[in-house]
Ligand binder design. Structure first.
Ligand SMILES: [Zn+2]
Length: 412
C-alpha cells in the first residue's frame, strides 16, 4: 500500500468515525416555548424586538386567534390561565374547563403537552421556568394523580410568593425582576441541562398593560421581554452549535388587549388576536384565518415525534403548523335534517375518513364509540352525515387524513 493510499484510507476512516460520533448527537431534537403575556399583535409588529424578529426570520411569524368559536360551544374567555391551558392541551374551555385564573376544576382528561411528553416510551426530560407557580402545580398538575402524577425534571418558579426576596413594588415591578430571574435561569438550564421540553412563562407585559394601557411605557416593557427572550434564544443557538442538537423555539402571546391596552377577557378582535414566532419553517397552515393558539401543542409534538394516544388525538383541536397538514377548521352545522361538515383543505388529494360519536365519555375518563360514517377527498371540503339513524342533540366528529386529524362537536 502506498503512503498516499494509506493516508487517504485513514482519512476516510477518520471521517467515518467522526460521522458516527456526530450522529449520536445529530437530530437530537429539543423544544422550548415561551409565553410572553398579553402583548397585542399590532404592538409586537410595531415595536423593535430584535430577538423575536431573528427567530421569525429563521422560521416564521404569524397572527393567530384565541377564544374558540365566538358565540359557539367552544367560546373561550381571553383570560391568561385559560389561554395557557388552551395552548397546553390544544382544546378550548368546553373541554379543558379552566374558566379563569382561579383554575378551580381543570379537566385533566385532556392531557397537557407535559403529560404527553412523560407518556413516551423514551425518557423525555421536562422543565418549567415561570413567574407563576400555578402553571406547574395547577395547569400541568404536577404530582396530581388525576393529571398523571407526572414529575417535571427541572422547575424554577414560585418567586411571586416570596415577598422577602421579591417584596411588592410600585406598579408590581417585582414581577419584572422575577421575569429577569426566570429568563436567566431558563437560559442557564438550556446551556447546561438542555431539557427536551421547556416552557418559559414571562408575565410583566401583562401587568404593564393593566397598569399603563397603550403607550411608550408598555412598548418599553415589550422590549424588556424581547431582551429576556434573547437570552433564551442565544442559549439555544449556542447549544445547537456545540452539541449538534436541533431546537424548535416558539414565542407566543396568550391574548391581546382591549383597544385602550388595559384589560382583556372578552371577544373584541384585538383581544382575540394572538401571534407566534418560530425558528422552524412553517407549512401552508401558518398565516391564515384558521391559525389558533391550539396549533402550538401539535406542532411541538410533531417536531419532537411524540406519540399521542388515539383517544386523545380524537379530542385535540389544533393542527400542526410544521410538516404536512392536510386540512383544518372542521365545523358541523345542521342542514336539511342532517349534519354538514365543512373544512379547509391544504392537501386536496388526501383521503379523509369521517368518524362520529354521540357519546362524550372521554370527558369523564371513559371511552367513546366512534362510528365510521364515510370517506371523501379532502379537497371536497364538505361531507354530509346522515344522522337519521343516530338521533342525538350532541355529536362529536373526527376527520382523519394520512397527516392530520381534526375534530369538532355539534351541539343542538
Ligand atoms: Zn395573560
Amino acid at each position: 500500500m502506498t503512503n498516499s493510499l494509506k493516508s487517504k484510507r485513514s482519512f476516510l476512516m477518520g471521517a467515518v468515525m467522526l460521522m458516527a460520533v456526530s450522529s449520536v448527537f445529530a437530530g437530537k431534537r429539543k423544544s422550548v416555548f415561551v409565553i410572553v403575556d398579553g402583548i397585542p399583535a399590532d404592538v409586537i409588529e410595531r415595536v423593535h424586538t430584535p430577538a423575536i424578529d431573528e427567530i421569525s426570520n429563521q422560521g416564521g411569524y404569524s397572527r393567530a386567534f384565541m377564544g374558540g368559536k365566538e358565540g359557539g360551544y367552544s367560546q373561550t374567555p381571553t383570560i391568561s390561565a385559560v389561554c395557557y391551558n388552551s395552548l397546553l392541551t390544544s382544546t378550548w374551555v368546553n373541554k379543558h374547563n379552566v374558566w379563569g385564573n382561579g383554575i378551580e376544576a381543570p379537566n385533566y382528561n385532556y392531557w397537557t403537552i407535559f403529560r404527553i411528553a412523560k407518556n413516551q416510551k423514551r425518557d423525555v426530560s421536562t422543565a418549567i421556568f415561570s413567574t407563576w407557580e400555578d402553571n406547574r402545580t395547577k395547569l400541568v398538575g404536577e404530582g396530581k394523580p388525576d393529571a398523571g402524577a407526572i414529575k417535571l425534571d427541572y422547575a424554577y418558579d414560585g418567586m411571586e410568593l416570596d415577598d422577602k426576596n421579591y417584596p411588592k413594588e410600585k406598579d408590581n415591578l417585582q414581577i419584572l425582576k422575577i421575569d429577569e430571574a426566570v429568563a436567566d435561569k431558563a437560559a442557564q438550564s438550556i446551556r447546561t441541562e438542555a431539557p427536551d421540553l421547556t416552557w418559559v412563562y414571562l408575565q410583566y407585559t401583562d401587568d404593564a398593560g393593566h397598569h399603563f394601557g397603550n403607550g411608550e411605557k408598555f412598548d418599553g416593557y415589550v422590549k424588556d421581554a424581547d431582551n429576556q427572550v434573547s437570552r433564551i434564544w442565544e442559549a439555544v443557538k449556542e447549544r445547537e452549535q456545540k452539541s449538534g442538537e436541533e431546537w424548535m423555539v416558539v414565542v407566543v402571546t396568550d391574548h391581546g388587549r382591549k383597544d385602550d391596552g388595559y384589560s382583556h377577557g372578552g371577544h373584541s378582535d384585538r383581544e382575540r388576536t394572538v401571534w407566534y414566532a418560530t425558528n422552524q419553517k412553517p407549512n401552508a397552515h401558518f398565516n391564515n384565518q384558521y391559525n389558533s393558539i391550539l396549533d402550538v401543542m401539535p406542532s411541538i409534538c410533531r417536531y419532537m415525534n411524540f406519540e399521542i394516544p388515539q383517544p386523545l388525538k380524537s379530542e385535540i383541536e389544533g393542527v400542526s403548523f410544521i410538516g404536512k397538514t392536510d386540512l383544518v377548521g372542521v365545523e358541523a352545522a345542521k342542514a336539511n335534517g342532517n349534519i354538514n361538515l365543512t373544512w379547509k383543505a391544504y392537501n386536496p388529494k388526501a383521503k379523509a375518513t369521517v368518524y362520529m360519536s354521540t357519546t362524550n365519555n372521554y370527558k369523564t375518563g371513559g371511552a367513546d364509540q366512534w362510528i365510521k360514517v364515510g370517506t371523501v377527498k379532502a379537497g371536497a371540503e364538505n361531507f354530509t352525515v346522515d344522522t337519521s339513524k343516530y338521533p342525538s342533540d350532541f355529536y362529536k366528529f373526527s376527520v382523519v387524513t394520512p397527516n392530520t386529524q381534526n375534530n369538532c362537536w355539534y351541539v343542538d
